[in-house]
Design a protein around this ligand. Sequence first.
Ligand SMILES: Cc1ncc(COP(=O)(O)O)c(C=O)c1O
Length: 288
Amino acid sequence: MKVYLNGVIVDEGAAFLPVNDRGILFGDGLFETIRAYGGRPFRLERHMARLREGCRTLRLAGIPGDEEVRRAIGELYAANVREGDAYVRITVTGGAFDGSRTLRRSGPPNVFIVVKPLEPYPEEYYSHGLRLTVSRIRRNATSPLVRVKTNNYLESLFARQEAVEAGFHDALFLNTYGHLAEATTSNIFLVSDGEVCTPHLECGVLPGITREAVLEICQDLEIPTETGFYTLDELFSAQEAFLTMSTGEIIPVREVDGSRLGESCPGPVTARLIQAFHELVKSPGPEI
Ligand SMILES: Cc1ncc(COP(=O)(O)O)c(C=O)c1O
Protein backbone atom coordinates (compact mmCIF):
# COMPACT_ATOMS: atom_id res chain seq x y z
CA MET A 1 0.00 0.00 0.00
CA LYS A 2 1.15 3.56 -0.81
CA VAL A 3 0.74 6.46 1.61
CA TYR A 4 1.41 10.19 1.48
CA LEU A 5 3.94 11.48 4.01
CA ASN A 6 5.01 15.12 4.10
CA GLY A 7 4.63 15.80 0.40
CA VAL A 8 5.72 12.47 -1.06
CA ILE A 9 3.99 9.20 -1.92
CA VAL A 10 5.90 6.29 -0.41
CA ASP A 11 5.40 2.61 0.46
CA GLU A 12 3.58 2.20 3.76
CA GLY A 13 6.53 0.18 5.08
CA ALA A 14 8.84 3.13 4.51
CA ALA A 15 6.64 5.70 6.28
CA PHE A 16 7.80 6.38 9.84
CA LEU A 17 7.47 9.14 12.43
CA PRO A 18 10.31 9.89 14.84
CA VAL A 19 9.85 8.83 18.47
CA ASN A 20 9.99 12.48 19.60
CA ASP A 21 6.91 13.42 17.59
CA ARG A 22 4.49 15.51 19.67
CA GLY A 23 1.61 13.46 18.30
CA ILE A 24 3.01 10.39 20.04
CA LEU A 25 4.16 12.17 23.18
CA PHE A 26 1.09 14.36 23.80
CA GLY A 27 -1.60 13.35 21.30
CA ASP A 28 -0.78 16.74 19.75
CA GLY A 29 -2.42 16.91 16.36
CA LEU A 30 -5.65 16.19 14.59
CA PHE A 31 -7.18 14.23 11.74
CA GLU A 32 -10.02 13.93 9.26
CA THR A 33 -11.83 10.81 8.17
CA ILE A 34 -13.50 11.09 4.78
CA ARG A 35 -15.48 8.68 2.65
CA ALA A 36 -14.64 8.71 -1.04
CA TYR A 37 -17.44 7.52 -3.30
CA GLY A 38 -15.84 5.70 -6.19
CA GLY A 39 -12.77 7.89 -5.76
CA ARG A 40 -14.63 11.17 -5.19
CA PRO A 41 -14.06 12.40 -1.63
CA PHE A 42 -17.29 13.64 -0.04
CA ARG A 43 -17.12 17.39 0.68
CA LEU A 44 -13.34 17.50 0.82
CA GLU A 45 -13.33 21.29 1.02
CA ARG A 46 -15.47 21.18 4.19
CA HIS A 47 -13.27 18.53 5.77
CA MET A 48 -10.24 20.71 4.96
CA ALA A 49 -11.99 23.76 6.41
CA ARG A 50 -12.66 21.82 9.64
CA LEU A 51 -9.05 20.65 9.68
CA ARG A 52 -7.79 24.24 9.27
CA GLU A 53 -10.17 25.46 11.98
CA GLY A 54 -8.83 22.74 14.30
CA CYS A 55 -5.27 23.80 13.40
CA ARG A 56 -6.15 27.37 14.41
CA THR A 57 -7.46 26.12 17.77
CA LEU A 58 -4.31 24.05 18.32
CA ARG A 59 -2.13 26.86 16.87
CA LEU A 60 -0.65 24.45 14.41
CA ALA A 61 0.64 25.94 11.15
CA GLY A 62 1.97 24.53 7.92
CA ILE A 63 -0.51 21.95 6.60
CA PRO A 64 -0.78 21.38 2.83
CA GLY A 65 -3.45 23.15 0.81
CA ASP A 66 -6.68 21.59 -0.50
CA GLU A 67 -5.31 21.01 -4.00
CA GLU A 68 -2.25 19.10 -2.80
CA VAL A 69 -4.47 16.95 -0.56
CA ARG A 70 -6.96 16.31 -3.38
CA ARG A 71 -4.13 15.28 -5.70
CA ALA A 72 -2.64 12.95 -3.08
CA ILE A 73 -6.02 11.31 -2.42
CA GLY A 74 -6.47 10.77 -6.18
CA GLU A 75 -3.04 9.17 -6.52
CA LEU A 76 -3.52 6.96 -3.46
CA TYR A 77 -6.99 5.90 -4.63
CA ALA A 78 -5.54 4.88 -7.99
CA ALA A 79 -2.68 2.97 -6.33
CA ASN A 80 -4.53 1.28 -3.43
CA VAL A 81 -8.24 1.05 -4.21
CA ARG A 82 -9.09 1.51 -7.92
CA GLU A 83 -12.82 0.71 -7.59
CA GLY A 84 -15.57 1.12 -5.02
CA ASP A 85 -15.66 3.40 -2.00
CA ALA A 86 -12.60 4.32 0.00
CA TYR A 87 -11.71 5.27 3.55
CA VAL A 88 -9.50 8.37 3.59
CA ARG A 89 -7.66 9.58 6.68
CA ILE A 90 -5.58 12.75 6.81
CA THR A 91 -3.49 12.92 9.98
CA VAL A 92 -1.50 15.91 11.21
CA THR A 93 0.84 15.76 14.19
CA GLY A 94 2.63 18.54 16.06
CA GLY A 95 6.07 17.51 14.75
CA ALA A 96 9.29 17.38 16.75
CA PHE A 97 9.22 17.97 20.53
CA ASP A 98 11.69 20.75 21.36
CA GLY A 99 11.16 20.80 25.13
CA SER A 100 8.19 23.19 25.02
CA ARG A 101 5.26 21.87 27.03
CA THR A 102 2.94 24.48 25.50
CA LEU A 103 1.46 24.77 22.01
CA ARG A 104 4.72 26.33 20.80
CA ARG A 105 6.39 24.21 18.16
CA SER A 106 9.65 25.01 16.44
CA GLY A 107 9.40 22.67 13.44
CA PRO A 108 6.84 21.80 10.79
CA PRO A 109 3.97 19.38 11.45
CA ASN A 110 4.04 15.83 10.14
CA VAL A 111 1.22 15.10 7.71
CA PHE A 112 0.25 11.72 6.34
CA ILE A 113 -2.67 10.47 4.27
CA VAL A 114 -3.97 6.91 4.06
CA VAL A 115 -6.49 5.78 1.42
CA LYS A 116 -7.75 2.19 1.49
CA PRO A 117 -10.88 0.23 0.54
CA LEU A 118 -13.81 1.15 2.79
CA GLU A 119 -14.96 -1.59 5.16
CA PRO A 120 -18.69 -0.97 5.36
CA TYR A 121 -20.64 -1.40 8.60
CA PRO A 122 -22.77 -4.57 8.79
CA GLU A 123 -25.97 -4.33 6.77
CA GLU A 124 -28.03 -5.22 9.87
CA TYR A 125 -27.01 -1.89 11.44
CA TYR A 126 -29.05 -0.17 8.74
CA SER A 127 -31.91 -2.66 8.61
CA HIS A 128 -32.37 -3.18 12.39
CA GLY A 129 -30.69 -0.21 14.05
CA LEU A 130 -28.16 0.09 16.84
CA ARG A 131 -28.48 -0.64 20.54
CA LEU A 132 -26.76 2.12 22.51
CA THR A 133 -25.96 2.75 26.17
CA VAL A 134 -25.30 6.04 27.93
CA SER A 135 -21.65 6.29 28.97
CA ARG A 136 -20.70 7.22 32.52
CA ILE A 137 -18.09 9.53 30.95
CA ARG A 138 -19.26 13.05 30.08
CA ARG A 139 -18.22 15.24 27.15
CA ASN A 140 -16.59 18.39 28.50
CA ALA A 141 -18.69 21.18 26.99
CA THR A 142 -16.21 23.80 28.27
CA SER A 143 -13.23 22.34 26.40
CA PRO A 144 -12.26 23.80 23.01
CA LEU A 145 -10.87 20.37 22.18
CA VAL A 146 -14.25 18.62 21.90
CA ARG A 147 -14.83 20.54 18.64
CA VAL A 148 -11.50 19.38 17.21
CA LYS A 149 -10.88 15.89 15.86
CA THR A 150 -7.70 15.59 17.89
CA ASN A 151 -5.39 12.61 17.78
CA ASN A 152 -6.49 11.56 21.27
CA TYR A 153 -9.53 9.31 20.91
CA LEU A 154 -8.99 7.29 24.06
CA GLU A 155 -12.10 8.59 25.79
CA SER A 156 -14.22 7.47 22.85
CA LEU A 157 -12.44 4.11 22.65
CA PHE A 158 -12.86 3.64 26.40
CA ALA A 159 -16.59 4.38 26.29
CA ARG A 160 -17.10 2.11 23.27
CA GLN A 161 -15.12 -0.69 24.94
CA GLU A 162 -17.36 -0.52 28.02
CA ALA A 163 -20.46 -0.44 25.80
CA VAL A 164 -19.35 -3.46 23.75
CA GLU A 165 -18.46 -5.42 26.92
CA ALA A 166 -21.99 -4.74 28.18
CA GLY A 167 -23.51 -6.04 24.91
CA PHE A 168 -24.26 -2.73 23.15
CA HIS A 169 -23.07 -1.49 19.78
CA ASP A 170 -21.86 1.92 20.98
CA ALA A 171 -22.11 4.53 23.72
CA LEU A 172 -23.72 7.96 23.91
CA PHE A 173 -22.16 10.86 25.79
CA LEU A 174 -24.08 13.42 27.81
CA ASN A 175 -22.10 16.60 28.43
CA THR A 176 -21.00 18.07 31.75
CA TYR A 177 -24.36 19.92 32.00
CA GLY A 178 -26.35 16.73 31.50
CA HIS A 179 -27.40 17.49 27.94
CA LEU A 180 -27.22 14.98 25.15
CA ALA A 181 -23.96 15.41 23.19
CA GLU A 182 -22.91 12.74 20.67
CA ALA A 183 -21.87 9.10 20.32
CA THR A 184 -18.23 7.96 20.45
CA THR A 185 -17.50 8.61 16.77
CA SER A 186 -20.72 10.11 15.43
CA ASN A 187 -23.33 12.82 15.94
CA ILE A 188 -26.83 12.00 17.13
CA PHE A 189 -30.20 13.14 15.82
CA LEU A 190 -33.70 12.67 17.28
CA VAL A 191 -36.95 12.84 15.40
CA SER A 192 -39.60 14.32 17.60
CA ASP A 193 -43.12 15.10 16.34
CA GLY A 194 -41.85 15.33 12.77
CA GLU A 195 -38.95 17.64 13.67
CA VAL A 196 -35.35 16.55 13.12
CA CYS A 197 -33.33 17.65 16.16
CA THR A 198 -29.62 17.49 16.93
CA PRO A 199 -27.54 18.81 19.84
CA HIS A 200 -26.25 22.36 19.39
CA LEU A 201 -22.50 22.67 18.80
CA GLU A 202 -22.26 24.36 22.20
CA CYS A 203 -23.16 21.02 23.76
CA GLY A 204 -19.52 20.09 23.13
CA VAL A 205 -19.78 18.01 19.97
CA LEU A 206 -17.70 17.63 16.84
CA PRO A 207 -19.18 19.74 14.02
CA GLY A 208 -19.81 16.68 11.86
CA ILE A 209 -19.70 17.05 8.09
CA THR A 210 -22.47 14.45 7.79
CA ARG A 211 -24.50 16.28 10.49
CA GLU A 212 -24.26 19.44 8.38
CA ALA A 213 -25.24 17.55 5.20
CA VAL A 214 -28.29 16.03 6.94
CA LEU A 215 -29.44 19.45 8.15
CA GLU A 216 -29.12 20.73 4.56
CA ILE A 217 -31.03 17.74 3.16
CA CYS A 218 -33.84 18.40 5.66
CA GLN A 219 -34.02 21.99 4.45
CA ASP A 220 -34.27 20.80 0.83
CA LEU A 221 -37.00 18.33 1.76
CA GLU A 222 -38.79 20.94 3.87
CA ILE A 223 -38.47 18.84 7.01
CA PRO A 224 -38.28 21.14 10.05
CA THR A 225 -35.01 21.05 12.02
CA GLU A 226 -33.78 22.28 15.36
CA THR A 227 -30.38 22.42 17.02
CA GLY A 228 -30.80 22.57 20.77
CA PHE A 229 -30.11 21.32 24.27
CA TYR A 230 -31.78 17.97 24.89
CA THR A 231 -32.14 15.81 27.96
CA LEU A 232 -32.05 12.05 28.04
CA ASP A 233 -35.82 12.07 28.66
CA GLU A 234 -36.29 13.87 25.35
CA LEU A 235 -34.29 11.14 23.64
CA PHE A 236 -36.43 8.43 25.30
CA SER A 237 -39.62 10.09 24.14
CA ALA A 238 -38.38 10.61 20.55
CA GLN A 239 -40.07 8.55 17.81
CA GLU A 240 -36.80 7.97 15.96
CA ALA A 241 -33.09 8.53 16.42
CA PHE A 242 -30.04 8.05 14.22
CA LEU A 243 -26.29 8.56 14.20
CA THR A 244 -24.31 10.29 11.46
CA MET A 245 -20.67 9.85 10.50
CA SER A 246 -18.61 10.02 7.32
CA THR A 247 -17.83 6.34 6.98
CA GLY A 248 -21.31 5.02 7.91
CA GLU A 249 -23.50 7.94 6.72
CA ILE A 250 -26.84 7.63 8.59
CA ILE A 251 -27.37 4.66 10.95
CA PRO A 252 -30.68 4.22 12.79
CA VAL A 253 -30.80 3.73 16.57
CA ARG A 254 -33.21 1.08 17.83
CA GLU A 255 -32.74 1.13 21.60
CA VAL A 256 -31.03 3.12 24.32
CA ASP A 257 -30.24 1.22 27.51
CA GLY A 258 -32.87 -1.37 26.66
CA SER A 259 -35.68 1.13 25.93
CA ARG A 260 -37.05 0.92 22.43
CA LEU A 261 -37.35 4.22 20.56
CA GLY A 262 -40.50 4.50 18.43
CA GLU A 263 -42.37 1.73 16.68
CA SER A 264 -40.33 0.99 13.61
CA CYS A 265 -36.60 1.05 13.01
CA PRO A 266 -35.55 2.65 10.77
CA GLY A 267 -38.48 5.02 11.21
CA PRO A 268 -40.04 6.80 8.22
CA VAL A 269 -38.09 10.06 8.56
CA THR A 270 -34.77 8.25 9.03
CA ALA A 271 -35.49 6.04 5.99
CA ARG A 272 -36.28 9.12 3.90
CA LEU A 273 -33.05 10.82 4.94
CA ILE A 274 -30.98 7.69 4.21
CA GLN A 275 -32.50 7.60 0.74
CA ALA A 276 -31.85 11.32 0.17
CA PHE A 277 -28.26 10.96 1.37
CA HIS A 278 -27.69 8.11 -1.10
CA GLU A 279 -29.01 10.30 -3.90
CA LEU A 280 -26.72 13.16 -2.82
CA VAL A 281 -23.57 11.04 -2.98
CA LYS A 282 -24.59 9.72 -6.41
CA SER A 283 -24.85 13.24 -7.85
CA PRO A 284 -22.83 13.60 -11.04
CA GLY A 285 -19.66 15.70 -11.34
CA PRO A 286 -16.19 15.60 -9.84
CA GLU A 287 -17.33 17.21 -6.56
CA ILE A 288 -19.95 15.82 -4.18
C1 LIG B 1 -16.67 12.36 18.13
C2 LIG B 1 -17.23 12.42 16.76
N1 LIG B 1 -18.39 13.07 16.57
C3 LIG B 1 -18.96 13.15 15.35
C4 LIG B 1 -18.37 12.54 14.25
C5 LIG B 1 -19.02 12.64 12.89
O1 LIG B 1 -18.32 13.53 12.07
P1 LIG B 1 -18.33 13.40 10.47
O2 LIG B 1 -19.76 13.40 10.05
O3 LIG B 1 -17.61 14.61 10.03
O4 LIG B 1 -17.63 12.14 10.12
C6 LIG B 1 -17.17 11.86 14.41
C7 LIG B 1 -16.53 11.22 13.26
O5 LIG B 1 -15.56 10.52 13.37
C8 LIG B 1 -16.59 11.79 15.69
O6 LIG B 1 -15.44 11.14 15.89
